[in-house]
Design a protein around this ligand. Structure first.
Ligand SMILES: Nc1ncnc2c1ncn2[C@@H]1O[C@H](COP(=O)(O)OP(=O)(O)OP(=O)(O)O)[C@@H](O)[C@H]1O
Ligand SMILES: [Mg+2]
Length: 200
């Protein structure tokens, strides 16, 4: 499995479109167990990314591309999820600096660093019903012989039945059980679009 600059760019543009399509769904989930802004936040962020990608056509490597995406998300998203997604991409940039494509250990190292970055920025860990519950199993499965789409789908199923103990959703306590975490859903959209462009 290999991730190139062009492939990541394609995945990000596809994510921006998918977020637009699922914007209302993301917002509705956040209305149930949050403050009803996740779709709006993610839309603002990824439309910002799309605009940057359309004007910048000289992104030399995965480090430059990831850094641009991270900074754009931090600047535009607002809400808890902005700095968290932004951190993930800034962490990709630190691991993939100067690289035009990554595979194997380098691919894994980027996702490991990104997941650890989200956890340390959010002071969170797996099992608290957040985006970490998608990023962590996804990252672990990069080193296993598993189908990545299935890992993401299973992680979404598992996350849905957790009780939120972190972030705004934690105020809703037991009522969060059985409702999908909006950040878990948006993370699955992003990661599935990245899986789509990984090639042998
Ligand atoms: N501490 C955290 N660690 C990891 N993920 C988190 C944390 N806090 C929130 N999240 C994720 O962010 C998502 C909510 O993002 P959203 O864009 O709605 O921000 P918000 O919680 O409304 O922020 P704010 O309270 O600043 O308005 C959650 O569904 C969850 O997945
Ligand atoms: Mg919210």
């Amino acid at each position: 499995m290999k991730l190139t600059v062009e492939a990541l760019r394609t995945a990000l543009l596809a994510t921006a479109d998918a977020i637009e399509q699922q914007k209302d769904e993301l917002t509705d989930l956040d209305r149930e167990i949050g403050d009803g802004d996740h779709g709006i936040n993610m839309s603002r962020g990824f439309q910002g990314v799309k605009k940057e990608l359309e004007v910048q056509n000289s992104l030399a490597d995965l480090g430059e591309l990831s850094k641009l995406v991270g900074m754009t998300l931090i600047k535009t998203v607002g809400g808890a999820s902005g700095p968290l997604y932004g951190t993930a991409f800034v962490k990709f940039a630190t691991k993939w600096s100067g690289m035009k494509s990554v595979e194997g250990e380098d691919l894994f190292a980027g996702f490991k660093e990104a997941t650890e970055g989200i956890k340390s920025r959010g002071k969170s860990q797996a099992g608290q019903k957040t985006m970490v519950d998608i990023w962590e199993p996804f990252t672990a499965s990069l080193q296993a012989d598993s189908t990545l789409e299935e890992v993401i789908d299973q992680a979404l199923v598992d996350t849905k039945d957790l009780v939120a103990t972190k972030g705004r959703a934690s105020y809703f306590g037991e009522a969060t059980k059985g409702v999908q975490d909006p950040g878990a859903l948006s993370s699955s959209i992003l990661l599935k679009n990245i899986v789509e462009v990984l090639h042998d």
